[in-house]
Design a protein around this ligand. Structure first.
Ligand code: HEM
Length: 323
């Protein structure tokens, strides 16, 4: 919110430069607006948006785990109201709050799009395209959210809803690092740096595939059925196998980051991804051993998955950015 207010401030300053003129002690007059500051503000907006998107994935996970996906039977309102006070219980609150949070994220993405279009002369050429793309993705995401409710939670739509959320995490996380790299001294990946980018890119693809497999399994309640009656256990077996492959891929890119000439921040993010994947394996196994009876563990498994996607993307984006 602070970021949005600050962008609005910069926008007003741009529209009315006289309002933002500040007089120095020598009497010289400066215009507050500058391109570097705008780029930095947009980078911070994107960084905040990554956190908000990961939190939104977590709230979405909590909504599913608490079987609250249909707690508001209509869309976009909940029981025909913006605030269904009389109907509020834990499930209605989760579904209502998920929509409210998604709305706030949508507004922030709209601001990103409008500012990047209006200020395109002052920004790198790709930024308005990014803003437009993020807006299209969030509109599709809203549509999928509506179909999810109106079509009574079909697994394929709920999984597509998770896929779109993770795609938004990828796009905005990459954008935040690209914007933060503008005007910072540094070099783009070279030689072995590109080999690391390929390794990290491969591990990101493996993690995304694992997330979608997990989403498809969870939205069909296949793990529950496997535990209860031994049916459909092939989903969990596949999820465990692909999980091991994804974890090895993340570990390999982390070891490579220690041995190859990559930027320090990319290396740090790469090691953070390795720590997260270890935690993720632990959460998955714990969830299974507790027979899916601990909603907090299941939701944490989903949050860490989204965080892993954000961190891997940020590392790759930082390494390929032009300084
Ligand atoms: C790189 C490693 C992993 C990633 C990125 C990952 C990601 C995910 C995701 C995104 C979901 C969907 C969550 C939801 O919709 O609520 C999921 C579900 C699940 N995962 Fe993993 N996972 C990984 C490894 C594992 C491992 C090793 C296990 C161990 C058995 C495991 C067990 C589970 C279970 C049981 C579910 C279903 C939860 C439910 O039905 O409520 N995961 N995973």
């Amino acid at each position: 919110m602070f970021q949005l207010a600050h962008l609005a401030d910069l926008w007003v300053a741009d529209q009315n430069p006289m309002a933002s003129l500040t007089t120095s002690c020598t009497g010289a007059v400066q215009i507050r607006w500058n391109e570097q500051r705008l780029t930095h503000q947009l980078a911070l907006l994107c960084a905040h948006l990554v956190v908000a998107l990961v939190a939104l994935v977590g709230i979405g996970g909590a909504t599913r785990v608490m079987e609250a996906g249909l707690a508001c039977p209509d869309w976009p309102l909940c029981y025909g109201s913006l605030l269904p006070g009389g109907r509020m219980n834990m499930q209605v609150f989760l579904e209502w709050f998920h929509r409210l949070d998604a709305f706030v994220v949508g507004v922030a993405l709209l601001v990103l799009c409008v500012v990047s279009l209006l200020q395109r002369q002052r920004l790198p050429g790709w930024v308005p395209w990014l803003g437009a793309m993020a807006l299209v993705l969030v509109a599709i995401q809203g549509g999928l959210g509506a179909i999810t409710v109106l079509a009574l939670l079909p697994s394929v739509v709920v999984t597509a809803h998770l896929a779109m959320a993770l795609l938004l995490v990828v796009v905005i996380s990459a954008a935040s690092q690209q914007l933060l790299s503008v005007d910072q001294p540094g070099r783009q990946a070279q030689g072995l740096g590109w080999v690391w980018v390929l390794l990290a890119g491969g591990s990101l693809v493996a993690v995304l595939a694992q997330c979608l497999l997990g989403g498809a399994m969870a939205t069909q309640w296949a793990a529950e059925r496997c535990l209860a009656s031994g049916e459909d256990c092939q989903w969990l077996a596949a999820h465990r196998h692909l999980g091991s492959i994804a974890a090895v891929a993340v570990a390999v890119q982390a070891v490579a980051a220690l041995r190859m000439p990559v930027r320090p921040l990319a290396r740090g993010l790469s090691l953070a991804a390795a720590a997260l994947v270890l935690g993720q394996l632990g959460l998955g196994l714990t969830s299974w051993h507790l027979q899916l009876t601990a909603p907090l563990v299941t939701v944490a498994h989903q949050v860490v998955a989204a965080l892993l996607v954000a961190v891997l993307t940020a590392g790759i984006s930082r390494e390929v950015a032009h300084g």
